[in-house]
Design a protein around this ligand. Structure first.
Ligand SMILES: Cc1cc2nc3c(=O)[nH]c(=O)nc-3n(C[C@H](O)[C@H](O)[C@H](O)COP(=O)(O)O)c2cc1C
Length: 209
């Protein structure tokens, strides 16, 4: 199947088969795809929580308008944006680049100036919005990668972020729940899997200049 065929196969799963779980290698591959997601300057302005604990998921479901995917999917993935990006965050990133590429930190002075300049020129609200946009890019990579791997995924923003933050203790970690995805395998009787995809026609969606 081409990637386009796989994107036609995927859909926002409403009913998961509660007996089917991702194998450890499948979960690993999916998480590695998320890890490889691009982000602005490569800062990866978020953390990704993988939730399996049934009690925690029951609480999260209540904070997500009772949506069943929260408890019934194999795993719940939470993209939590960095809520307090600061100079220290930028400097840590530069240290990581130096370590991984095996270069002197000093040789990265130009990059460091750019990273810190970008962070310092933005208000806390702008920094949070910036971080949240990156989380959505990672969500997109997850959705497409899951389809490629034959795994079902539901991207979701129907939840109360403040309640999620409280249940998961995210504020203390300097994070805030931004967008989530339930991953697993569709139930045979999920009627949504049979619906014809609704997408605006290419002539309306694309503007060629
Ligand atoms: C950011 C985002 C948030 C979404 N939130 C929810 C949600 O809370 N619950 C849900 O069942 N579907 C949710 N969806 C799924 C969309 O409704 C679905 O992707 C869209 O209708 C297109 O259908 P398809 O993905 O099945 O092709 C969300 C999708 C995205 C991208």
């Amino acid at each position: 199947m081409s990637i386009v065929d796989k994107l036609k196969w995927r859909y926002a799963t409403k009913k998961f088969d509660t007996n089917k779980k991702l194998s450890p290698p499948q979960l690993d591959q999916l998480l590695e795809a998320i890890q490889l997601s691009p982000s602005s300057i490569g800062l990866q302005h978020y953390k990704v929580l993988v939730i399996e604990n049934p009690e925690v998921r029951a609480k999260l479901r209540e904070a997500a308008y009772g949506q069943p995917q929260i408890t019934d999917a194999s795993q719940l993935i939470i993209f939590a944006a960095e809520a307090n990006m600061d100079e220290a965050y930028g400097k840590n990133f530069i240290s990581l680049v130096a370590d991984i590429r095996g270069v002197e930190r000093e040789s990265l002075a130009g990059l460091e100036g750019m990273v810190l300049g970008t962070i310092n020129s933005r208000t806390p609200e702008q920094l949070l919005l910036w971080a949240q946009k990156q989380a959505y890019i990672a969500l997109g990579v997850l959705v497409a990668s899951a389809a490629d791997l034959g795994i079902d995924a539901t991207p979701m923003e129907g939840f109360d972020p403040a309640k999620f933050d409280e249940i998961l203790g995210l504020k203390e970690k300097g994070l805030t729940a931004t967008v989530i995805a339930a991953v697993g395998f569709r139930a045979d009787d999920d009627q949504y899997s049979k619906l014809v995809k609704v997408r605006r026609p290419k002539t309306e969606l694309f503007i060629h200049i």
